[in-house]
Design a protein around this ligand. Structure first.
Ligand code: MG
Length: 258
């Protein structure tokens, strides 16, 4: 099931997206599916008539995982980390489908990173790998935009990874994906730049959720970005980066400088 968050004219709502590409509909559901489950109303819109928002604004955190694909670690001259390399992005970094990525003044080298993202469905801590599916609400596409120059010069990655608009998410949350063998692709201005598959992860999605939950209590709506495959590169003003993850959909964002 695909759960979207959207506006028609005023307040954000959640809905279920159904139908064939190009003729999808969104059926409004009651309240917040993270707490109320999915109960449909009788109200339905054409997908083209709504404006999709980030499918979740995490209540507490976005957790990033660094260097989780060997080829990507190598392309930046890094070793695969012996211990999982975790970092945080604030929830203020999250934007939705079509929202502009605003290049920060303090960086000249902002990079795209297409990533499969896990959306947590229930409060949890120290989740064993075999129980991870019980705590996952679903999956969405994400772009872990990174100020590469600042990442190299700052001792901590807070600015480099956490600036406003550095975490586009969307277009919706797919609740039924098996994450272990899905293609993760990214296009810069229509040109394929990233073409990976989650089976090439160093640590699998289920391993990662378990590992992350040993460090942090996870809350409903928290998001884990699971690392990017090889092919990363820089974005400039006027560019557009599109991410497609098999079984989920496509997330597209323009890049601006203000
Ligand atoms: Mg990343």
């Amino acid at each position: 099931m695909r759960i979207a968050r959207f506006v028609v004219d005023s307040d954000p709502m959640y809905g279920v997206v159904e139908g064939e590409p190009g003729s999808e509909t969104v059926t409004v559901i009651h309240g917040d599916p993270f707490f109320n489950g999915v109960e449909r109303t009788s109200v339905k819109h054409k997908l083209e008539d709504v404006r999709l928002l980030a499918p979740i604004i995490p209540r507490s955190k976005v957790i990033g995982v660094g260097r989780n694909y060997a080829e990507h670690a190598a392309e930046l001259g890094n070793e695969v980390p012996a211990q999982p390399l975790l970092f945080l992005k604030p929830n203020t970094a999250v934007v939705g489908p079509g929202d502009p990525v605003v290049l920060p003044e303090f960086s000249e080298q902002v990079s795209f990173e297409a990533e499969l993202c896990v959306v947590i469905g229930r409060i949890c801590k120290d989740v064993p790998e075999e129980r991870v599916d019980d705590v996952i609400f679903g999956y969405t596409c994400g772009n872990d935009l990174t100020a590469r120059d600042v990442q190299k010069t700052d001792l901590q990655w807070a600015r480099a990874k956490g600036f406003d608009t550095s975490a586009p998410l969307g277009p919706w949350i797919e609740t039924e994906l098996d994450p272990e063998d899905v293609d993760v692709k990214g296009w810069l201005n229509g040109e394929l730049r990233q073409d990976g598959n989650t089976k090439d992860m160093i640590r699998s999605v289920r391993e990662l959720v378990s590992i992350v939950s040993q460090a942090f209590t996870l809350l409903p709506g928290d998001v884990i970005m699971t690392g990017t495959p090889a092919g990363v590169g820089l974005v400039s003003e006027g560019d557009r980066y599109e991410i497609e993850i098999e079984g989920i959909g496509r997330l597209s964002n323009p890049v601006v400088r203000r």
